[in-house]
Design a protein around this ligand. Structure first.
Ligand SMILES: Cc1cc2nc3c(=O)[nH]c(=O)nc-3n(C[C@H](O)[C@H](O)[C@H](O)COP(=O)(O)OP(=O)(O)OC[C@H]3O[C@@H](n4cnc5c(N)ncnc54)[C@H](O)[C@@H]3O)c2cc1C
Length: 411
């Protein structure tokens, strides 16, 4: 058994002694889902992680396991078969899955937001047809909206036309293409507001949702998908660029309007949500360091395993505490720095796993290089201008000390 902080000490630690992500306010149903996530991570995702990472596309067996466990419906309302768990529980589940297999977790993460947008949308027919399928994981939904954050002329425009909209331009990043049979696009209207619309990959698959919705001129327009982008990390995520040439979207498939300021506010409010993936990656790297400490009797490896175990736990605590203090005036200033810290921790812990694995770290069959590349990807995933600035600043000078909230004082 590992000694020090690498060894299991009580039931707040997992099999290799890492403090486990938990949801402090989880109800019994949520606890059960967290337990299922842990089981699938250990028994299905982790044993195949290098194979999934090197595959041509998403590992469908992993998705089947997630669907069967109800983990693809966690953001969806119960009336449609989802479990509508809290944000805290969603983050805990994401972190657990990401500690085992980055690419599977990233691809499934894309599905939750757009599915919820459909469930919250104004069209009952769309909800009734799609949401039960999305909640059960029988269908998956992709999303393309990150380009809305870019300044300057929009890359994807929505032109209002009789009966709906026509989409023009490019959707630069669409993950899960082929696995997902539908996408929610965010596009910019001529008045600079945003519109989010639902688009199936193949209209013929949903004839009932297009009844009586033919474009007045009969021209549906077109879209074209690039071949899967060749990526150094997440290469198996089936990420493509879509080019849209006047694709017609009926008004009935509009989900919501928004604008740049709302997107900015939501990004700020949700800045800690983006810590779950890098924290999972860091946890995967710490797990690897702990097992290396067992296999290689080198004191520096054990020391590193113990250091990162502690740092992971402290960072997790800081994230949980700031999540609970999201109404405080300095929330965003601290939270964005904490997001950068989580990114940096994933990179440093994965780098430590590379160092502790020595030359073997370079083998594509070795988990250390996979975690290191995943950490690189999480550095830019869902990146806002403020997250980029905080990341770059931290890379100039790192400290966690002043991010820890002061202890509660009693009156
Ligand atoms: C493999 C992969 C898969 C992805 N999958 C998806 C997906 O399925 N769906 C999806 O929506 N997104 C996806 N993304 C996008 C991802 O979430 C990030 O948004 C993206 O990586 C940021 O890079 P970018 O080049 O698109 O951003 P950029 O457009 O360069 O922007 C990054 C940030 O910097 C800001 N910025 C850029 N230029 C300026 C400037 N001149 N002045 C001030 N601020 C500026 C932007 O506002 C933005 O907030 C994916 C990305 C990758 C790499």
């Amino acid at each position: 058994m590992a000694s020090g902080s690498c060894g299991p000490t009580d039931n707040t630690e997992d099999a290799v002694g890492l403090p486990i992500p938990e949801s402090a306010h989880a109800n019994p149903e949520e606890e059960q889902l967290i337990a299922k996530a842990r089981q699938i991570a250990e028994e299905v995702l982790l044993p195949n992680a290098e194979r999934s990472d090197q595959a041509e596309g998403p590992n469908r067996e992993n998705f089947r396991a997630l669907a069967e466990a109800g983990l693809l419906g966690i953001a969806l309302p119960k009336e449609y078969g989802g479990s509508n768990v809290s944000g805290e529980t969603q983050r805990a589940i994401t972190e657990i899955l990401a500690s085992a297999c980055g690419v599977t977790t990233f691809v499934q993460a894309q599905h939750h937001g757009p599915s919820r947008m459909i469930a919250n949308g104004p069209n009952p027919a769309l909800k009734e047809r799609l949401v039960p399928e999305l909640a059960a994981g029988r269908m998956l939904c992709g999303v393309s909206f990150a380009h809305l954050r870019r300044p300057g002329p929009p890359v994807l425009r929505a032109e209002p036309v009789p009966g709906g909209y026509r989409l023009y331009g490019t959707a630069p990043w669409v993950t899960g293409w082929g696995l997902m049979n539908q996408v929610v696009f965010g596009a910019t209207l001529p008045d600079e507001r945003f519109v989010y619309v639902w688009v199936p990959a193949h209209r013929e698959e949903f004839p009932e949702l297009f009844e009586g919705l033919t474009p007045p001129d009969g021209d549906w327009g077109r879209y074209q998908a690039s071949p899967p982008l060749r990526l150094c990390a997440m290469n198996a995520s089936a990420t493509v660029t879509l080019t849209l040439e006047g694709l017609f979207v009926p008004e009935a498939h509009r989900l919501q309007f928004s604008d740049r300021e709302t997107l900015r506010c939501n990004d700020r409010k949700g800045v800690l949500g983006g810590t779950a993936l890098p924290m999972g990656c860091a946890a995967g790297a710490v797990r690897l360091l702990c097992s290396l400490a067992e296999k290689r009797p080198i004191p520096a490896i054990r020391q590193s395993a113990e250091h990162f175990t502690q740092e992971l736990a402290r960072t997790r605590r800081a994230i949980a505490e700031w999540n609970a203090r999201n109404n405080e005036p300095d929330f965003f200033e601290k939270a964005v720095r904490l997001r950068a810290h989580a990114i940096r921790l994933a990179v440093r812990a994965a780098h430590a796993a590379v160092a502790a694995s020595s030359g073997a770290a370079n083998l594509l069959s070795n988990p250390a290089q996979r975690l290191f590349r995943e950490a690189m990807f999480y550095t830019v995933q869902a990146q806002t201008q403020e997250v980029m600035a905080a990341t770059l600043q931290l890379l100039e000078e790192e400290t966690l000390e002043d991010l820890l909230p002061p202890p509660e004082t009693s009156a």
